[in-house]
Design a protein around this ligand. Structure first.
Ligand SMILES: Cc1cc2nc3c(=O)[nH]c(=O)nc-3n(C[C@H](O)[C@H](O)[C@H](O)COP(=O)(O)OP(=O)(O)OC[C@H]3O[C@@H](n4cnc5c(N)ncnc54)[C@H](O)[C@@H]3O)c2cc1C
Length: 457
């Protein structure tokens, strides 16, 4: 077991991509194996926070007291067989993807940030660009080998319902408490996932590192698609792009997996790196469709092009991938926008002020107009980008030091409206420290008391 006790060696673990400051920890423990981890948890009663790769955006891995346990030594990558793979939680998305690229298997969750650890993506139920078709990480977890805070171990498998007790390795049992709370009916990772008759596994996924430590994970894999049709469409007006989304979603012959948005200010920021973005473009949409069988590629591509011709798109200026290199370049283009914002925040010592809210389908159009009406022309810089297909956008506010109050009041206004539409304050990043206040607003005191019963159990 490695113990880091000096201020300098603890400091890197008090950071994540939110730029949050003010974390505190007595020491960082890095167990080499499960036995070491269990023995610490059984003997050390200080509060524990689990560290993944630190790409999270909510400061959920940053403690305010106690110890940090980092799983960085748990990086064993198993072999993909029979549509599944066992791996350690510290394996990064990029190493999983690089390995799977040499096989016939495909792992759909694609939360943009490829340096995230698989353990972190389970704890936040991460989703990302391909969740429009494939859903979030939750859909691709078969089992987790989990250590509870008191050191007890349990293998939590898909199909094991909360109506039956959870049986731990030492034979002890945990009953699911009686609670009156149901998670919202849209893309969501705010708070514990609760649905009647659900699997225990679903409680642990998305629990933000508060219920147990994943030490081994079994992921579900799909057959690798032969190819992807992929493009970046540009629009002269933002609303031309918004109007296209419900139309695409209602066709029964297009089946995109990604529908990712960039507003005019995102394009302005991206022009620093991509001067070839058409000058007249005020919005863009990154779309992808997975092609199971190469022989259908030409037909599906023609269907897309034909469909897009009369839809107010700058089609001649839009970009279509010709090969794998282009597909990767488009993913990089998508990833650049949060990267540029995060870099700017770090440079300015500014904490990230980004939304992660989603609403049910019926509010999509109202949501877009509301964002525009609330933010445009207020003198506060911002960018809007993200998962348009899921009614789930990231608004990143970029206040200077004199605009903090304005930014906070606009943020509060946005949250209020989304909650009134029965949306969520976090669709993929989790709550952590940054969104606690909004989670309280979203579910209310009574539900918080209900959810606490789970943690207490
Ligand atoms: C540029 C950028 C783009 C991003 N885009 C997306 C996106 O499109 N979609 C998306 O969903 N997210 C996105 N993220 C957020 C981030 O990548 C995810 O939240 C990711 O899941 C965090 O993983 P991590 O390993 O870095 O976890 P950390 O930040 O280290 O920790 C996150 C949480 O996981 C818990 N945890 C970590 N390991 C374990 C474990 N083994 N057992 C139990 N709990 C554990 C921690 O305690 C903490 O609560 C983006 C981040 C960046 C910087």
């Amino acid at each position: 077991m490695i113990r880091k006790t000096s201020k300098e060696s603890i400091e890197p673990y008090l950071r994540d991509a939110s730029n949050y400051s003010g974390g505190k920890a007595e020491e960082v423990l890095i167990p080499e194996n499960v036995d070491e981890l269990v023995s610490v948890l059984k003997s050390d009663l200080r509060p524990v926070t689990i560290a993944g790769a630190g790409t999270g955006l909510t400061a959920s891995r940053i403690p305010s007291e106690g110890i940090i346990i980092s799983l960085e030594r748990f990086n064993e990558l198993g072999k993909a067989t029979n549509g599944k793979i066992w791996l350690g939680p510290a394996v990064t998305l990029v190493s999983l993807q690089e390995y799977l690229n040499k096989t016939n298997y495909f792992y759909p969750p694609n939360p943009t940030e490829i340096n995230a650890s698989i353990g972190g993506t389970l704890a936040t139920n991460a989703s990302g660009s391909r969740s429009y078709k494939f859903g979030a990480t939750r859909n691709f977890v078969n089992a987790v080998d989990c250590i509870l805070a008191d050191g007890r171990r349990v293998l939590v498998k898909r199909g094991h319902k909360i109506t039956e007790p959870l049986v731990l390795e030492d034979g002890s049992e945990i009953e699911f408490p009686e609670i009156k709370y149901i998670s919202p009916n849209c893309k969501n990772t705010a708070g514990y996932y609760i649905q009647p008759g659900m699997d225990w596994l679903d409680l642990f996924i998305g629990s933000d590192g508060t219920l147990g430590i994943f030490v081994y994970i079994c992921l579900k894999l799909l057959p690798r698609p032969d190819d992807f049709i992929s493009g970046i469409l540009f629009f002269e007006k933002e609303n031309f792009c918004w109007e296209l989304i419900p139309k695409i979603k209602s066709t029964n012959y297009l089946s995109p997996c990604s529908l990712e948005y960039f507003d005019r200010f995102s394009l302005e920021l991206l022009r620093e790196k991509y001067p070839n973005i058409p000058v007249q473009a005020e919005a863009a949409l990154f779309f992808e469709e997975d092609i199971a069988d190469q022989k259908n590629y030409d037909f599906i591509l023609e269907t897309w092009i034909e469909y897009l011709t009369d839809k107010n798109i700058l089609l001649d200026e839009s970009w279509f991938a010709q090969d794998q290199k282009d597909i990767q370049a488009f993913h990089k283009f998508r990833h650049q926008i949060p990267m540029l914002v995060n870099e700017m925040n770090s440079r300015l010592g500014r904490e990230k002020m980004g939304t992660d809210m989603a609403v049910p389908d019926k509010y999509f159009e109202e949501m877009m107009s509301f964002y525009e009406d609330t933010l445009f022309g207020k003198g506060l810089p911002y960018v809007i980008f993200g998962h348009l297909g899921d009614n789930h956008l990231h608004i990143n506010l970029l206040p200077d030091s004199s605009q903090q109050k304005l930014a906070q009041s606009l943020y509060d206004e946005l949250v209020k409206k989304i909650i009134s539409w029965k949306g969520t304050v976090s669709a993929e990043h989790g709550i952590g420290k940054k969104k606690k206040k909004y989670f309280y607003e979203m579910v209310g005191e009574k539900s918080i008391e209900n959810l606490k019963k789970i943690k207490n159990t």
